[in-house]
Design a protein. Structure first.
Length: 212
């Protein structure tokens, strides 16, 4: 279930960060949350170890913290991209060490919130897109979270075998329809608080709210 890249989409307050926080807290391997939104819930409720800055992150990894919330120094997309680049380089370098036998063991999930700001459709951010195209080779899985699927880099979406979709704003609907995605079939389901659908690439399943 969790060996493929994942997108979590939905309107504001639909439950995306809560879902990501739940995965972050429960997946057994290493989990790094790039906390673009400066969400306190990730350390307060989901047990994340908070760091800011690359040297603090490196130290936390050395100390074997497995649930790390990285709060960026920068508040601009460009500055955050630079920080995320460094993180991805570190994770790929660690992945090379962990996966020296070429067995592609998944050892890390990298969560990126508000990903349309960091890798927008119109100006994709190559380094993050490389997580989607090459991350598995280094044992790194991406979890891409956004309110605005219509504005997210296409590479991130097409490389994600799993889509978790919450209630979406009406202006996102044409996006799904353009790809022949049967979102309208599930409006009644998604209109209920924190309900979502899980698309694993083969079928779409209606899911009840997660319980944390
Ligand atoms: N499964 C759930 N069960 C109970 N409460 C939930 C659940 N999911 C979310 N909530 C509540 O709804 C609030 C908003 O959810 P969340 O922060 O996940 O929204 P979001 O989709 O990330 O929104 P935004 O795009 O604004 O960041 C949470 O703080 C929590 O109180
Ligand atoms: Mg959120």
């Amino acid at each position: 279930m969790y060996n493929s890249h994942m997108c979590i989409f939905g309107a504001t307050s639909s439950g995306k960060t809560y879902m990501a926080g739940h995965l972050f807290a429960s997946l057994p391997n290493w989990n790094i949350f790039f906390n673009t939104q400066f969400e306190p819930v990730l350390h307060k409720k989901f047990g994340g170890y908070e760091v800011t800055g690359i040297s603090a992150l490196t130290k936390a990894l050395e100390d074997k913290h497995r649930r790390i919330v990285y709060t960026p120094h920068s508040e601009t997309p460009q500055g955050q991209q630079a920080e995320l680049s460094e993180i991805i380089d570190i994770l790929f370098a660690m992945g090379r060490i962990f996966n020296t036998k070429g067995d592609r063991v998944i050892w890390c999930h990298l969560y990126v919130d508000e990903v349309h700001l960091l890798s927008p459709k119109k100006a994709p951010f190559d380094r993050l897109d490389r997580v989607a195209t090459q991350g598995k080779r280094f044992g790194v899985i991406g979890v891409f979270i956004s309110q605005r699927p219509a504005l997210v880099s296409q590479t991130l979406i097409t490389q994600s075998d799993k889509q978790i979709i919450y209630r979406c704003n009406t202006y996102e609907i044409p996006y799904f329809e353009r790809y022949g995605y049967p979102i309208a079939d599930h409006f009644d389901w998604l209109d209920q608080d924190y309900h979502f659908i899980l698309d694993d690439g083969r079928k779409i399943t209606r899911m009840n709210p997660i319980k944390v």
